[in-house]
Design a protein around this ligand. Structure first.
Ligand code: SF4
Ligand code: SF4
Length: 348
């Protein structure tokens, strides 16, 4: 049985999962420890070529950017391999992919001169904009003055095409007069745990379910699996917008790290033929019977619910997939290092 997969109209290209940071909230469980495995130039070209003509521009036009439109270069931290980021920007421009931007944690912005040079170079390669990550979890790894610097200089270089995610935290950090990096524990001396996630988008998934457990309990009480059977996914599992493509060639649905819909290098075939659900049971259950189907499938294969329960549907989904990944060989659970890194997060 084959299921149609929506053709992507926007998304992010993960150049590598390697990162300069190891944020406690990271959905993709990125860190310094990942093998870099930067996307090869061949794969970069192949995937961009497949996306060319499919990615649609931001409603304001191909030279404008938006969080859920166009194509962004991401990771991990793309500035760890600036040459590759330049190459990607150049190729995307040649292939007429609209509304391109880079997502960064700003670790590299050590002074004005370097920052200006790098951003100007990217603009000259055809990159249209930048998304700057701001929240207390980045603040543990990146001095706020660097983030502030990138925002200030980006506004000069990219003008309207500067996105600060999340602006609410930027305002809070400015109000507090922060400059350096600080631990979450210290930050919480300024702001109560209860206030921490107020008024900001947050995904209780990935590393957060282990490394932010104590804080999450205040927002998302742990509940048994059955409580999530009728809950919808945060965003539809299959959708055409804001999907991801990684350095291993995986076509990742939305923010569902660790799931591969297939080989993005063979995107045309994948879209023409659809997904062979008999070969990929995890995908089959998620598509046909949602989390309840996947849960029952895993139970039949020995999955045991942790006594304490789960923070969210994504947390439940993650635990099931982690179990299936380590005990069986399901090709749709990729990359394996994602699950291995999470295991480390769980133990530490
Ligand atoms: S959230 Fe971003 S900066 Fe933090 S570890 Fe993940 S990829 Fe790196
Ligand atoms: S529950 Fe699973 S499939 Fe649904 S959004 Fe979360 S990670 Fe994705």
């Amino acid at each position: 049985m084959h299921k149609a997969i929506p053709a992507p109209i926007s998304g992010g290209l993960i150049l590598s999962y390697k990162c300069s940071a190891q944020c406690r909230h990271c959905i993709y469980a990125c860190s310094q420890k990942w093998d870099a495995n930067w996307i090869s130039e061949d794969n970069l070209y192949t995937i961009l070529n497949k996306l060319s003509g499919r990615i649609i521009s931001d409603p304001k036009g191909p030279n404008s950017v938006g969080l859920n439109t166009g194509l962004h270069f991401t990771g991990g931290e793309p500035f760890l391999n600036f040459d590759l980021l330049c190459k990607a920007s150049e190729l995307a421009t040649k292939l007429k992919i609209p509304s391109t931007f880079v997502e960064t944690n700003c670790f590299w912005a050590i002074d004005d001169k370097t920052t200006k040079e790098k951003l100007k170079t990217l603009k000259a390669k055809g990159l249209k904009g930048i998304m700057i990550s701001v929240n207390p979890f980045y603040l543990e790894y990146v001095p706020f003055e660097r983030t502030d610097r990138v925002i200030r200089i980006s506004l000069d270089i990219f003008g309207q095409n500067v996105m600060v995610y999340q602006l609410e935290y930027y305002r809070r950090f400015k109000r507090l007069g922060l400059n350096d990096k600080i631990s979450l524990e210290r930050y919480l001396q300024f702001e109560s745990q209860k206030h921490l996630l107020n008024n900001v988008e947050f995904f209780p998934s990935g590393r957060a379910v282990y490394r932010l457990k104590n804080i999450l309990q205040q927002y998302y009480p742990l509940r048994p699996a059955k409580n999530f059977f009728n809950e919808k996914c945060l965003t539809p599992f299959l959708r055409n917008w804001h999907n991801h493509f990684d350095n291993y060639g995986n076509y990742i649905p939305g923010f569902c790290a660790g799931i591969s819909l297939g080989d993005a290098r063979r995107l045309d075939t994948l879209l023409d033929e659809g997904l062979d659900t008999e070969r990929y049971p995890v995908l089959k259950f998620l598509i046909d019977e949602d989390i309840k189907g996947l849960y029952n499938f895993a139970k039949e294969r020995g999955f045991i619910d942790p006594k304490e329960g789960f923070f969210s549907k994504c947390h439940l989904c993650l635990e099931i997939r982690k179990y299936l990944c380590f005990n069986y060989d399901y090709k749709e659970l990729q990359p394996k290092q994602f699950y291995l890194n999470l295991l480390e997060d769980e133990v530490n």
